[in-house]
Design a protein around this ligand. Sequence first.
Ligand code: ADP
Ligand code: MG
Length: 459
Amino acid sequence: MDKKTLWNAVIAELQLSISNANFQTWFKGKTDIVAWTDNQIEIGCNSTYTKDWLDQRYHGQLKSIIDRLTEQKTTLVFSVAKDLVGTAVAKSPKKFDDGTSSLFTEQKDLDAFQEKVSSANLNPTYTFETFIVGSSNQLAFAVAQAIAENPSKAYNPFFVYGGVGLGKTHLMHSIGHQSLKKTPSKIKVLYCTSESFTNEMIEAIQNRRTKEFRSKYRGVDILIIDDIQFIAGRETTQEEFFHTFNDLYANGKQIILSSDRPPADIAKLEERLRSRFEGGMIADIQQPDIDMREAILLSKIQRQNLDIPQEVIHYLAQTVSSSVRDLEGSLLRIVTQASLNNTSVSLELAKSFISQKQGRGVGVKLSPKEVVELICNYFNIRLTDLKGVSRVAKLVLPRQVTMYLLRKDLGLQFENIAQLLGKKDHTTVMHGVDKIDKNVEKSEKLRGLVEDIRSKMYN
Ligand code: ADP
Ligand code: MG
């Protein structure tokens, strides 16, 4: 057996035992056996990141496959192979319909089917290949792949939910890409946010173009609507969407929806829509664990050919746990900072960035109860009033701020917050958190107040 045959056999086995995304990120076209002498095998990688990552995470697995195939005890060494070093090019960020811009773009994405991709409203960088899979998103990922392979079969509609910045939009775009890749000429995909659906509908009504509007949304094979929770409380939009949904569904078309919470928790969502959303497959995406955060950073770094020390990656993965968006954002800001300072990225720089960002120590050391007490003291109100039902503004604001901080900073579940504050219904808590969430964006005064309390919480 020569080294090429051996590596092909190894790759074939790996492909069966690890997720496609990990396979694409770490193996496909990125590794090869570059030398094989006696029982020593040198695995060449396209970058130091791949090399370190393989050595740390896949050493055992690779060795056991190779030992079995070669029928000997081998020693593996990992190196960077010049021939494999990639040609990823960073391009300027582009804004997409969901308001996000993508930080990382690859040259190879600019290929022929770009046309299709852009008329479907898809972000070219949000593909399965760039999506890292771990226990927090495994189910959602598996369903997404199954849909891309076989739309409108087992999982219709597909409803994916989870917190901000955890990959819902990325995953939904990936389904669109993959379906287009399979049968680009036949299949029609359309991605939009529920807000642009709403806006377009209103415009269509004003301009007497509802016919065109309907044929646009009902004429696709796969309709992807992001952040569907925003149609709640909007009568006409819900009515229109209900008919769009039914029409597509009856014609065997795939519907994919995302939201920050499960259908049952979307307040002011019409019952008939709720029951339809619950009639297919529902999967959630949770916060990634530290290993996955590290894998996400590594894959971003690799695709951008950035030079970041391992300890910085590790540090970021450890400290930025809230969302993937936050993780990516922190990385980008550190890289920008370093290039502005004309220095390289170091652990010191990363640490100073993180502490600036937090404006405080590492985490909250108070218990939920202590946070509630602190807030009562801060506003000079009694605990019984905070927990009470009085609607006077003097009490409503502290109550909602409490809900907000318990959720955002301590990561408590809505149900637990409700319990802690003596509320029967956790939707009250959701409303409270939403209210502050929206208003801190708008009001500098509220932002200052929340930050002031935070500074006390973190001290
Ligand atoms: P959401 O829609 O849930 O708010 P996004 O899909 O917009 O989150 O993800 C935020 C950012 O994090 C995007 O740049 C996305 O590419 C990235 N991201 C999220 N999850 C993953 C993942 N599992 N692998 C790679 N990148 C991810
Ligand atoms: Mg999103």
